[in-house]
Design a binder for this molecule. Sequence first.
Ligand SMILES: [Zn+2]
Length: 271
Amino acid sequence: MTLTDSHCHLASQKFTSDELHDIITRARERGVQRMVTLATCLDDCPQNISIAEQYPEVYACMGIHPCDVHETKDDYINELQIHASHPRCVAIGETGLDYYHPAPEGWSNDQYHSRQQEFLRQHFELAAQLGKNIVIHTRDRSGEASLHDAISIYRQYAPQVRAVFHCFPFSLKAAQPILDLGGLISFTGIATFKNAATVIETATNCPAGSFMLETDSPYLAPVPHRGQRNEPAYTYFTAEAIANARGESLTDLAAHTEATVNEFYGIGTDL
Ligand SMILES: [Zn+2]
C-alpha cells in the first residue's frame, strides 16, 4: 500500500531543514511514499522548490495564500511564474479565499476579499498558461460565502484548469458543483475528529476518483496526535479513518486516491 500526502507545508518554520530527512523517513515507514509541499508566499517558493529538488518523493506547488495577499507586491505574478515554471512544480497554489481571518489593519473586509479574488483569478490565468492545475483554500467564519465565490471564479476557468478544494469541511451537496466542474476535494486529519460528522459523511459518500488525502501539516494533526505538530506520516491515520467509514480496505482506498493524485498533479509512480 502506498499513500501520498497531497498537501503539506514542508518549508514551514515549524519544520527545521535538518529534520526533513527524518520526517520523510517516518512518512515512508507509514506507507506515505510521496508528498506535495505548497508555497504560501513569494519568499517560501525557493525553499519549497529546493526541498523538491533534494528529495525525489517531494513535489512542489507555487502560490500566494489568501492570508498573504496584503503582504505581496502588486506585480508578484511574473516572479511567481518563474518559480512555477520549475520542473518540480506540479500545480499552482496554495491560493484561494479566506473570509475567516479579519482584514489586516488599514483594510476593509471588502478590500481584502477583493484582493484575494483578484489573486485567485491571476493564479487561474497562470495555471491555464502553464497547463497546470490549482489548489484552493476557502474558509468562512460561518456559512459558505468563500466557497461559493471561489466556485464562481473556478467556473470561468474549468475548461482549462482543474481545481482541488483542500481541507473540505462541507457536505457532499456543497461539493457537488466542484465535482460537476471536474474538480476534486481533499480531506485532512479533521476526518478523524469525533466532532467532525459532516467531514466523515462527505468522505464516506463521495465517489472514488473525486478526492485526495492530505495532512496540511504542520497544522491539523489527526487523532491520535491531535494538538501536536502534524507531519506527512500522519496521512496514514486519515486514510485509515476514511477507509473504515467507507467500508473499504486501506489498500483499496490507497489505490484509488493514488490514481487521483497521479492524474491531478500529473505525476507518475516512478519511485
Ligand atoms: Zn495548506
